[in-house]
Design a protein around this ligand. Structure first.
Ligand code: M6R
Length: 609
């Protein structure tokens, strides 16, 4: 996830910005840059580590005002020209977030003669500001930023320098974090407090649609209407390590809590609710190609494979297209029957999983069109496929995949709705229903997070068991697989996910009072069937924890505990149930004192076979 920093003060801005950027390294980044004002705007940027950036800044170079950035690529590859700051004549901008309507703005700016030197969404901000300052001669930089906030859509925390106002940094935010530090020797701005904690513990959190004007003599805060506002100063008690995790005990917990934003960032700019359709130009497949598809073959490993299994139900239900899901390590040594009318879809958060890469290469040798869903711009899979759909979950540091899983699900919904619409399977009304539901997911996930204590209690109650079973039907079958995978990988409890109807074909022999069963029993066409399976395991003395909808009062009659998700469209419940199961795994591992972010024997990116 990108990080922004800014500094004005009596110290050397170069040193402070570099040291602040280093503190944001944990967020993940692929390139970095700074702009320092020392008469001119001097900009240095590069791909790679901040140590590389340090190498290209001339020794002895100083200044007292500057902005800096670590970039996690979202639009455009990790290349120096895409690194921030982005400039338009006498204006420099750093940005964290996603400008959803940047293509439209870019086209307009290009018609007006603006030349773009990057593939980023951010560069439109620099040119828009330049245009505004040129056209509206009476505007201050603050006015100009406020003005362009009415034009840009999406999420942003921006910091802007302009040579017309050489002793100001102007900042603004919407849906991306921004905090101001008040020090004795200057003022700081950053995406999180970690960046400046070593200089000051006095911080002011900026809210959505607020603006900030920093000068050598002080900091002023403004609302969206341009009126000055007073803000509360917080004294940060965290040490730097705690601050990297935003106060959470583990990266996994932080990443679970980031899901309202990562879900939103993944669908941002891709939903036209009015028309009941999805905009998925990145798929790079025209309507004829989509209509002529015979089959989709999904290739993935681990959690991404579980997402793929949810995808199978979505593609078959919403797009009416036969879909297989293949384990990459098996597929690569198999004898697949493929042809040019099969779409192969690689799902891999890292984009570097060796088996997935090998399998997708093999599929292409049959002439299949290959598409990737990944979270990492510039990863190997992006060079091995015909087109790439990026989830915008931001970097995931905990080994257990959480926010990248739900982001993959979101992308699969969008893809299925898009293909279903083109193939005439879905009416705009049906799509609109689901799209409206998708837009409600961030708020609904937040509700689950707000009520996490019930999940924690349940996890602690069963933390000492040796075996767990997870059962579900239809879409909830892969949800049960993912629940079991999450639990086993971080808590080291043996856990099995099963299609609920399969129990009687073998595993029922293992069910006893010592094996709690998590039943994903959300409302839908298999609900009654799952109730029967719950009765089956209860009859064998198992304790049952149900994941059920908020309004389901009936379920309490049959189970020992209920973990709730908000009521939602049947097809969307996997996103919400998965968040519950992530928290169940997390709190179980916490109660067992396990190494949560780095579980034994596992790696975040499996680049070997
Ligand atoms: O990077 P990928 O999505 O290709 O990784 C695949 C699996 O290694 C990964 O999903 C793994 O199962 C998760 N870390 C489990 O939480």
């Amino acid at each position: 996830m990108c990080g922004i920093v800014g500094y004005i003060g009596t110290e050397n801005a170069v040193d402070i910005i570099i040291s602040s950027l280093k503190k944001l390294e944990y967020r993940g980044y692929d390139s970095a840059g700074v702009t320092i004002f020392n008469g001119n705007l001097e900009t240095y940027k590069t791909v790679g580590k901040i140590s590389e950036l340090e190498k290209i800044i001339p020794a002895g170079f100083t200044g007292h005002i500057g902005i800096g950035h670590t970039r996690w690529a979202t639009h455009g590859k990790p290349e120096t020209r895409n690194a921030h700051p982005h400039l338009s004549s006498n204006i420099a901008v750093v940005h964290n977030g996603i400008i959803e309507n940047y293509m439209h703005l870019k086209e307009k700016l290009m018609q007006q003669g603006y030349e773009f030197s990057s593939d980023t969404d951010t560069e439109v901000i620099a040119h828009l500001l330049h245009k505004t300052m040129k056209n509206e001669k009476t505007y201050s930089l603050l006015d100009a930023v406020r003005h362009i906030m009415t034009e840009i859509e999406g999420s942003y925390a921006i910091a802007v320098l302009c040579t017309d106002e050489p002793d100001h940094i102007v900042l603004a935010r919407k849906d991306s974090p921004l905090v101001i530090g008040l020090g004795n020797n200057g003022y700081f701005a950053a995406s999180d407090v970690t960046a400046f904690l070593r200089y000051t513990k006095n911080a002011v959190y900026v809210n959505d649609k607020e603006l900030v004007l920093i000068s050598p003599t002080g900091v002023e805060f403004y609302n969206n209407d341009g009126q000055r506002i007073e803000k509360k100063v917080d004294i940060i008690e965290w040490n730097e390590e705690a601050a990297e995790k935003a106060g959470y005990e583990h990266f996994m917990l932080k990443e679970i809590h980031e899901q309202p934003i990562s879900i939103q960032d993944t669908y941002a700019g891709k939903i036209s609710e009015l028309e009941g359709r999805v905009i998925l130009e990145e798929l790079k497949m025209d309507e004829d190609q989509l209509r002529n598809l015979q089959r989709v073959t999904i290739i993935a490993c681990g959690t991404s494979w579980n997402a793929g299994c949810v995808g199978k139900y979505l593609f078959e239900n919403l797009a009416g297209i036969h879909t297989d899901v293949e384990t990459a390590s098996e597929f690569r040594y198999g004898d697949p029957i493929l042809c040019g009318q099969v779409l192969t879809l690689a799902i891999t958060q890292s984009g570097e999983t060796a088996d997935t890469l090998a399998a997708i290469r093999s599929s292409r040798s049959y002439g299949c069109k290959a598409v990737a869903i990944t979270n990492v711009v510039g990863s190997t899979i992006t060079r091995e496929t015909d087109s790439v759909l990026f989830t915008h979950a931001g970097p995931e540091i905990g080994v257990a995949a959480t926010k990248t899983f739900t982001a993959q699900l979101i992308m699969l919904y969008l893809m299925a709705i898009h293909i279903g619409t083109v193939r005439g399977r879905l009416t705009p009304e049906t799509s609109r229903d689901i799209l409206v539901g998708i837009k409600q997911l961030p708020g609904q996930v937040q509700k689950i997070l707000n009520n996490k204590d019930a999940i924690k209690k349940c996890a602690e109650h069963y933390a000492k068991v040796q075996d767990y079973f997870f059962i579900g039907r239809h879409l909830n079958y892969p949800v049960s697989l993912e629940g079991a995978l999450k639990l086993k990988e971080i808590s080291y409890i043996h856990a099995e996910g099963y299609a609920a109807g399969e129990l009687k074909h073998g595993p029922l022999a293992l069910i006893s009072s010592a094996t709690p069963v998590v039943a994903i029993a959300t409302k839908g066409h298999t609900y009654d069937k799952v109730l029967s399976n719950i009765k089956e395991v209860k009859a064998r003395s198992a304790e049952v924890i149900a994941v059920a909808n908020q309004s389901d009062t009936e379920i309490t009659k049959y189970v020992d505990m209920v973990l709730r998700i908000p009521d939602c469209h049947e097809l969307l419940s996997p996103v919400l149930s998965s968040v519950v199961l992530q928290l169940l795994a997390y709190y179980t591992a916490l109660a067992r004192d396990c190494s949560i972010d780095k579980p034994r024997n596992l790696a975040k990116s499996v680049t070997v076979e």
